[in-house]
Design a protein around this ligand. Structure first.
Ligand SMILES: NC(=O)C1=CN([C@@H]2O[C@H](COP(=O)(O)OP(=O)(O)OC[C@H]3O[C@@H](n4cnc5c(N)ncnc54)[C@H](OP(=O)(O)O)[C@@H]3O)[C@@H](O)[C@H]2O)C=CC1
Ligand SMILES: Cc1cn([C@H]2C[C@H](O)[C@@H](COP(=O)(O)OP(=O)(O)O[C@H]3O[C@@H](C)C(=O)[C@@H](O)[C@H]3O)O2)c(=O)[nH]c1=O
Length: 285
């Protein structure tokens, strides 16, 4: 199977480049080869490589910056995936795409299912939702994995930011009223590969029976403060931690207060993901 992989310099893309190796030939394209803000280039690269599967973890992920660059965020997160879906459909290929807990408003504490009403609070979330909708409307065989609070030992993420800040400062003030499930980039990649191995073995009806949107997020939940406390404990770093509210830490983009995703659909069909704390321990050690 020929797989076109985007975003291989990102957290999830880096892990996917390794996890997908067993499935076939992986053609990894970075921004230099396929810039998602250039829709003609996206089309041209897909037509030139003729993949049987496109895996797209590339995205505009700068949540605050997106508030001042809504058109660019929309092009990368919505229009480029729409082009990928249309081109994949023409080729008879399938598309795997990633989305976010930030498609939800998160006003209440219940964990959200795949069919619960969306309502993004910020530009990033709205652009990701538009990407999901474009893919679903295209009729291409697809999987959309919504994940949350991605961490890993590479790239830009909350875990690495906290490890750095805890060494630089005596005290960290961290929001304790936003709830979610930190999810390891490697878990996302390995789960994707496991499901795609089943798809490959499953025959022509597999995508029709199993395609669509899945929540792919760790078991359990915490707050950014709880996540930070666990990071420092696992890493053996002493630093004074002060819980604060969202109002104490004003940022350009609003974030959902309750971000927990219910991953039951994924668990019933494929695999149960580890608890966020166990994944954190494995990642750090
Ligand atoms: N990070 C998180 O906490 C979460 C992420 N997600 C979703 O998961 C997926 C993977 O995210 P993650 O790996 O963390 O993201 P990262 O921010 O780590 O990586 C983003 C990737 O997209 C690439 N990219 C950005 N802009 C362009 C562009 N114009 N053209 C080509 N490539 C581009 C980046 O390339 P470059 O290195 O050149 O910038 C990088 O490889 C995304 O769909 C994201 O929305 C969902 C929930 C949480
Ligand atoms: C650095 C820092 C952040 N915070 C707060 C700010 C914010 O409310 C919260 C999270 O910070 P960040 O801005 O790093 O995280 P953020 O960019 O909002 O993370 C999101 O990224 C996108 C891509 C997603 O899809 C989401 O699932 C989610 O992971 O932590 C503190 O309270 N203290 C601090 O020192």
């Amino acid at each position: 199977m020929k797989i076109l992989l985007t975003g291989s310099t990102g957290q999830v893309g880096y892990e996917l480049e390794r996890s997908l190796q067993g499935l076939g030939e992986v053609i990894a394209v970075d921004r230099g080869r396929m810039d998602l803000s250039d829709l003609d280039q996206v089309r041209d690269v897909i037509r030139a490589t003729r993949p049987q599967l496109i895996v797209n973890p590339a995205a505009y992920t700068a949540v605050d910056k997106a508030e001042t660059e809504p058109e660019l965020a929309h092009r990368i997160n919505a229009e480029a995936p729409a082009v990928m879906a249309a081109e994949a459909r023409l080729l008879g290929a399938a598309l795997v795409h990633y989305s976010t807990d930030y498609v939800f408003s998160g006003y209440d504490a219940a964990a959200r299912g795949e069919h619960d009403a969306t309502g993004p609070l910020n530009v990033y979330g709205a652009s990701k939702l538009a990407g999901e909708q474009a893919i679903a409307a295209s009729g291409v065989p697809h999987l959309i994995f919504r994940t949350s609070w991605v961490f890993g030992m590479r790239g830009k993420n909350f875990l690495l930011t906290m490890l750095r800040l805890a060494k630089e400062r005596d005290e960290l003030r961290i929001v304790d009223d936003q709830h979610g499930a930190p999810t390891w980039s490697r878990t996302i990649a390995d789960t994707t590969a496991l499901i795609l191995a089943q798809a490959r073995a499953g025959g022509p009806d597999w995508w029709q029976e199993n395609g669509g949107t899945y929540h792919l997020s760790s078991q359990g939940r915490t707050t950014w403060f709880g996540f930070t406390a666990a990071i420092l404990e696992e890493a053996g770093i002493a630093c004074n931690l002060v819980p604060i509210t969202t109002n104490d830490y004003p940022l350009p983009a609003a974030r959902p207060q309750y971000s927990a995703l219910c991953s039951d659909r994924l668990q019933e069909r494929f695999v149960r993901l580890p608890d966020w704390r166990d994944a954190l321990r494995l990642c750090l050690h």
